[in-house]
Design a protein around this ligand. Structure first.
Ligand SMILES: Nc1ncnc2c1ncn2[C@@H]1O[C@H](COP(=O)(O)OP(=O)(O)O)[C@@H](O)[C@H]1O
Ligand SMILES: CC(=O)N[C@@H](CCC(=O)OP(=O)(O)O)C(=O)O
Length: 305
């Protein structure tokens, strides 16, 4: 059912339900990690762009950080390079780094900017190089060494971790009502580029900006238990228990780690939401039920306004 064929009282009910949330988030920053199906499926792309424009128009400051792993993988394939991941991170040699910059900083970033702008927003695309937004250093991955020896350091090339952020440019853009769209590329003091996992960048950015909310879009309903049921709210102790018993693993690990770090460091709430659902961001922000899994710091477990 669309707004055009919904009974008027239902439309009124939906708008009234949204009102306290609009008040709560007004003038606040919400960092959205955009990725997965929502970045590939045409209908979901359009619904995402409309959600972001609506957020901006009701006075919220959305900041988008996007992924693009599958898009990097397909260009690498075209030039005859296979993607390799270690502990969820893409092994990034110098040639792969060039592809990452072209795909994330170019194609993907500008497509999102264009998408938002065709729906009436004023988006501006940035990589972490612009305005010195994301400072990074080489990420040191380790694996356990042979018995009783120090862990082995794994060289995965130009993969970075965030060492600092300069958000002055974002503040400037926000003041002029632009919507920043950030590609997860960082740079060190020597000008070397780094490929950074987009969830990690979104988490850091949310902390740096003191965001009201961090939203991580993915391709599952949220965090699921062993029976496949959605877990709607988790604190750190509950997350650790799910990791320890193996229920939570793989690509969900960096997501929960950055969500936990964000709420530990002042972000009010972090949610992992189902990007396969049309208008997932709006449903998460403006309805009582929300969608997905809320990660909270134990003290404030409510997603209500
Ligand atoms: N407990 C869990 N609940 C939901 N997904 C989980 C869980 N444990 C592991 N996963 C995996 O994590 C994946 C999400 O991570 P990933 O594919 O890296 O996401 P994205 O590409 O959106 O960044 C899910 O598709 C699922 O396979
Ligand atoms: C180091 C590393 O793995 N970087 C990621 C950056 C893009 C990303 O995070 O994209 P998704 O959110 O779509 O996975 C990559 O190269 O795929």
């Amino acid at each position: 059912m669309t707004a055009e064929n919904s009974p008027p009282n239902l439309v009124a009910h939906v708008l009234i339900e949204a009102l306290p949330y609009i008040r709560r988030f007004h003038s606040r920053t919400v960092v959205v990690k955009y990725g997965g199906n929502a970045m590939i499926d045409e209908t979901l792309k359009q619904s995402f762009a409309r959600d972001i424009v609506l957020m901006k128009l009701v006075g919220i400051n959305p900041i988008i950080v996007h992924g693009g792993g599958p898009q990097i993988g397909s260009l690498l394939k075209k030039i005859g390079k296979e993607s390799e991941f270690i502990q969820g991170m893409r092994v990034t040699d110098a040639e792969t780094m060039d592809v990452v910059e072209m795909v994330l900083g170019g194609l993907v970033n500008k497509e999102i900017v264009n998408l938002i702008n065709t729906h009436g927003g004023r988006a501006v695309g940035l990589s972490g190089k612009d305005g010195g937004l994301i400072r990074a250093q080489r990420l040191q991955l380790t694996r356990p060494g042979p018995a009783e020896q120090a862990p082995e350091i794994i060289d995965i090339g130009h993969v970075g971790e965030v060492t600092g952020m300069d958000s002055a440019l974002l503040t400037l853009l926000d003041g002029a009502d632009f919507i920043p769209v950030v590609a997860p590329i960082g740079v060190d003091e020597n000008g070397t580029s780094y490929n950074i996992n987009a969830d990690l960048v979104a988490g850091h950015l949310a902390q740096t900006l003191g965001a009201e909310k961090l939203i991580l879009m993915t391709n599952t309903a949220g965090i699921l238990d062993t029976q496949g049921n959605l877990l709607t709210g988790l604190d750190e102790a509950q997350v650790r228990a799910l990791i320890n018993d193996g229920t939570l693993h793989g690509g969900m690990l960096p997501k929960v780690e950055c969500a936990l770090q964000a709420v530990r460091n002042g972000v009010k709430a972090a949610t992992i939401i189902d990007g396969r659902v049309p208008h997932a961001v709006l449903l998460e922000l403006f309805t009582d039920s929300g969608v997905g899994t809320l990660i909270h710091n134990g003290a404030d477990r409510s997603s209500s306004p």
